[in-house]
Ligand binder design. Structure first.
Ligand code: C2E
Ligand code: MG
Ligand code: MG
Length: 974
């Protein structure tokens, strides 16, 4: 019994006695400190004097500041380390201490600093405890960590902010179709105030969903969890807006709502129309081009009426271009186009096939066609006056008719060409009807066909590989296998010439097989040789795509070579897919399931519907080179490319630009988020050995090209006067900005392509292009830049216009005031940074939207778990306090240092302890005899006229020190 820590008997006895004397159920065998210390690591508790001096702090609180009790006990609570990190919390505490001294409890959130430097957000309360005389004797501070709740609430706020700022319209819809919430973009889209919108229901704004249909729509959403579809919404002013809708069901507790994201399709539709315009019509004359011609001719022939095809070519047109200049040549072509259109019926089709060649398609017999042709010869031969110059032209016309000369578009065009050739041989300026026998039909083609059969046998075919480069890192990420045919006598024959023949004759199937095998073997060999992972892409032909076992064959070839299917890809074009959509899609899906990447080749030359793209199982969109703009291209071209890139990214597809021939193009593409490129600028298609060398050398795009992506604040100064530029550079040198300068608009545009410029300051009056024009262009190409004009020349109207349309942010006058100019530029940078941040936010919104439902859900679970835990913790803390106060025997606590750290009310009464004993030395406050019990002896002594057993025991667990329990003798003697 001499060592109570090794023998807990007296303590157990004490508890039993307690139960016996008080007729109370046996309570937890814990001391106050132990109880407080076991409240959990996130609950801080302590005890203060009425004046705020710390007398006790539990382990969790001490651990948080990595302090021993002696560093805090005896100090005023508000000067302890917990309060050093946040002045506001400290002030709040001081008020609470004052209130508590008056007997008022306080509860509020505080920020508490921990030793690790973290700030905890805590739900803090300070309770006064009264003594028997009704005065406040003790203050009990307790706090509970609610950082997670704070964090979740903060996250929610951020998400709310992001949602509100999003460019996409976002709506919350209840099961009854009523709008519960809407962000600013949704209100803008529909032209409604938020309050108005929140009074409406789905049928009020969606013409395609009436009252009766809504319940069915809601059921569909509940069934599928999410829906995506295109529809129209009605603007407040009555017109309809085409939109893309993504809806997902969010369930929180027992309520459900629809989270709806609406994408305005108007811009995309406009881009599609523009693409179609560019693709189907000739820019110079506005006439249908080759593409539209073959579509219309095909349709006319299908109708089965007798049809004539007239191919009209200007005689020796080159001499006009060479002699009088291209602009006169262009004007002459436009004039000829008008005369042809005027010379035929409005139902006839006139197309420009390229250069000086026009084609007329008319439902007519050969006699009628001859008659029209003669009239056209006369019309073209009439002299024309262009820019004061008299121009004389004649033309030759070849005619073929269906069904006599064939019933397919290509055949008819080929034969009309042959007739044209004949007309030219006969001396030009005349018409010729096709009269050749089928075997004379393009002898060159026949020769090529025979040669091609031999080529496959004699191994004249070879594959070259064109690198595909990533536009973020600059590294080669793949190669495209391209067929090369070196004929022993005819020399190099381009794929564009022999592949159509191979397609027509069916030879492409054997050639295609050979290409697949060769490409896969080569890729596998490169991997075996230890070259970096690289994706090999092979072009498929339409005929291959209708073979039922295509995917299986490719799978077999991959398995035989050991090539990882993810390092292989195929390229298909839209036209191949359209003819046999379902089967093609099945093949591509099977290939993708293997891991093979599918690219849509030559995007922009075919059907090119951005909406149609969504239905295709495609990983990469390859933008055709005709849609790859340069820095000097018209701004609409850049916006079309940008529209394609944005759309593809929305559909989770990558974008590769083909035919990149200049650094400017590459830089512009990189700046517009295009993922990859291929083209002569980086490399032509090369034999395998040359590609291997290139890969081993680690060749890549110069990272300077991506300077545009660097984040140093960049200012572009444009002025044709060098001395002005020098003065500006001197003035702004100390700002720490990267300053670029250009002496012409052209040079400025080149710099914009290479660098990510934040602010442009341009002179107005410059040779070539004015500052306003330059900035207008900059706005179209790089809308995010902030643009200012600095000029002594105030051509008021054009500058006001430019400001009004948003091309210019500010107009500053020369001569300038140094301080003012600096201030304007700093403001411009700040504005740019805010806008950048908004854009970043915007991108994050998409992701945030998806996370929103999940966050909501998590928050809900977290809050209810916390609520439960709080109830438990508060309950156990209160229970511990009550328990110790209710113990009718004196209990004292002395810490390792011999300081009195706890005495319950009976102990205080018995030992005559006044205020301020806590934290004092036990020897000063307790009778000397009692001190022996602290050493572990159970002693019997007399105090206040009674005999007591003093039983000491070590505290175990987190608490350190000793607990002294005084038991009336009768109980102690059992
Ligand atoms: P494609 O698949 O669109 O291939 C890209 C074509 O653009 C290649 O022409 C390539 O040499 C060319 N090119 C690459 N960079 C540039 C550039 O910067 N500027 C310009 N102007 N052209 C560039 P190529 O090799 O003559 O092939 C032409 C077409 O022949 C290919 O177009 C593809 O449709 C077809 N083809 C080539 N090899 C095969 C094959 O193995 N199988 C099938 N089915 N078709 C093939
Ligand atoms: Mg290709
Ligand atoms: Mg291509």
């Amino acid at each position: 019994m001499s060592n109570p820590s090794s023998s807990p008997v007296p303590h157990r006895d004490a508890a039993l006695t307690l139960g016996a004397t008080n007729q109370q159920p046996r309570g937890p065998e814990l001391s106050l400190h132990e109880v407080l210390d076991r409240l959990g690591p996130s609950v801080f508790a302590g005890l203060l004097d009425a004046d705020g001096t710390v007398r006790y702090a539990n382990q969790a609180a001490l651990r948080a500041i990595d302090s021993a009790p002696e560093h805090v006990l005896g100090r005023r609570f508000d000067t302890t380390p917990w309060w050093q990190g946040c002045e506001v919390s400290q002030r709040r505490l001081q008020q609470a201490l004052a209130s508590a001294a008056r007997g008022e409890a306080s509860r509020f959130d505080v920020r508490v600093a921990t030793s690790s430097g973290a700030m905890l957000v805590m739900d803090f309360s300070l309770l006064p405890l009264y003594g028997p005389d009704g005065r406040v004797v003790w203050l009990i501070p307790s706090a509970r960590d609610v950082s997670e709740r704070e964090h979740a609430q903060h996250q929610l706020l951020l998400t709310r902010h992001a949602v509100e700022q999003a460019n996409d319209a976002l709506l919350q819809i209840g099961p009854d179709g009523a709008f519960h919430d809407a962000n600013a973009a949704a209100c803008r889209l529909l032209g409604l105030e938020r309050a108005e919108l929140l009074r409406l229901r789905v049928p009020d704004i969606a013409p395609q969903v009436d009252e009766a249909q809504w319940p069915q729509r809601w059921r569909e959403l509940c069934e599928h969890g999410s829906l995506r579809f295109e529809t129209r919404l009605r603007h407040h002013e009555g017109y309809e807006i085409p939109v893309d809708v993504s809806a997902s069901l969010v369930t929180s507790g027992d309520t459900s709502f629809g989270h709806v994201c609406i994408d305005d399709l108007r811009e995309r539709r406009a881009a599609e129309r523009r693409i179609r315009q560019l693709l189907l019509f000739d820019e110079l004359t506005g006439l249908p081009n080759r593409q539209l011609l073959s579509e219309r001719l095909g349709a006319t022939l299908q109708a089965g009426a007798p049809t004539a095809v007239l191919v009209l070519e200007l005689d020796r047109f080159k001499r006009i271009n060479d002699g009088l200049g291209l602009h006169i040549g262009d004007a002459a072509l436009r004039e000829v186009a008008q005369r042809i259109v005027a010379g035929v019926r409005s139902v006839d089709l006139v197309a420009r096939r390229g250069g000086d060649e026009f084609v007329i398609v008319m439902v007519a017999t050969s006699a009628e066609a001859l008659h029209t042709a003669q009239a056209l010869l006369d019309a073209v031969a009439r002299p024309m006056v262009i820019e004061g110059q008299e121009v004389h032209l004649t033309c030759s016309i070849g005619i073929a008719t269906a069904p006599a000369d064939g019933d397919r578009a290509e055949t008819l065009l080929r034969r009309a060409n042959a007739a044209l050739h004949q007309a030219k041989l006969l001396g030009r300026n005349q018409t010729s009807l096709y009269a050749g026998a089928p075997q004379d039909d393009d002898p060159e083609r026949l020769a090529l066909e025979t040669a091609l059969r031999q080529a496959l046998r004699d191994e004249q075919l070879e594959l070259h590989y064109q690198p595909q480069v990533d536009l973020v890192q600059g590294r080669i990420v793949g190669v495209e296998a391209l067929l090369r045919w070196q004929h022993p006598t005819l020399g190099h024959i381009a794929p564009d010439r022999f592949i159509p023949i191979a397609e027509e004759t069916g030879l492409i199937v054997a050639i295609g097989d050979w290409v697949l095998r060769r490409a896969i073997e080569q890729a596998a060999a490169w991997q075996r040789a230890g070259l970096p992972p690289l994706r090999m892409a092979a072009n498929l032909s339409a005929r291959q795509l209708v073979q039922p076992d295509l995917a299986r064959r490719i799978e077999g070839l991959l398995a035989a070579s050991g090539l990882d299917p993810r390092l292989f890809g195929v390229e298909v074009t839209e036209s191949m897919l359209i003819n046999n959509f379902d089967q093609a899609v099945q093949h591509l899906q099977a290939l993708r399931a293997l891991g093979v990447e599918v690219s849509l080749d030559d995007f922009g030359t075919g059907y090119s519907s951005l909406s149609y793209l969504r239905r295709l199982p495609v990983d990469v969109v390859k933008i055709d080179r005709s849609l790859v703009p340069d820095v000097t291209a018209p701004a609409e071209d850049v916006s079309i490319t940008r529209a394609i890139i944005t759309m593809a990214h929305q559909l989770q597809m990558k974008v590769l630009a083909e035919g990149v021939e200049s650094e400017g193009q590459a830089a512009l593409l990189a700046a517009n988020q295009c993922d990859q490129m291929q083209g002569y600028w980086f490399s032509t298609a090369l034999p395998a050995a040359a590609v291997e060398t290139m890969l081993r050398d680690g060749r890549q795009i110069d990272p300077a090209l991506f300077g545009r992506r660097s984040r140093q604040r960049t200012l572009l100064l444009v002025d044709d006067e060098e001395n002005v530029l020098a003065a500006l550079r001197r003035l702004l040198r100390a700002e720490g900005w990267l300053i670029l300068s250009a002496t012409s608009a052209e040079q400025a545009l080149q710099l914009m392509a290479r660098h990510e410029i934040d602010v442009i300051l341009s002179d107005q009056r410059m040779p070539g292009m004015t500052g306003v024009e330059l900035l207008r262009r900059a706005r179209q190409l790089y809308p995010e830049t902030i643009r200012l004009v600095l000029s002594g020349y105030t051509e008021l109207q054009s500058i006001t216009d430019a400001i009004n349309e948003g091309a210019i942010y500010k107009f500053l006058a020369k001569p300038w005031d140094d301080a003012e100019l600096r201030a304007h530029l700093r403001e411009a940078f700040t504005l740019k940074e805010m806008a950048d941040q908004n854009r970043r936010l915007d991108r994050e919104v998409q992701a945030a939207n998806r996370d929103l439902a999940e966050v909501n859900q998590r928050l809900q679970t977290l809050l209810s778990a916390q609520r439960e835990q709080n109830q438990r913790e508060v309950g156990s803390r209160e229970a511990a306090q009550e328990l110790l106060d209710a113990v009718p025997v004196p209990v004292l606590g002395v810490d390792d240092e011999g300081l009195l750290v706890f005495a319950n009310a009976p102990a205080q009464a018995l030992c005559g302890l006044g205020g301020g004993f806590l934290g004092g030395a036990a020897t000063e406050h307790l009778p000397p005899k009692l001190m022996r019990a602290l050493d572990g002896e159970s002693i019997l002594f007399t105090l206040a006229g009674r005999r007591w057993w003093a039983v000491g025991r070590h505290l175990i667990g987190n608490a350190r020190g000793r607990l002294l329990v005084l038991l009336p003798q009768a109980g102690a003697s059992k």
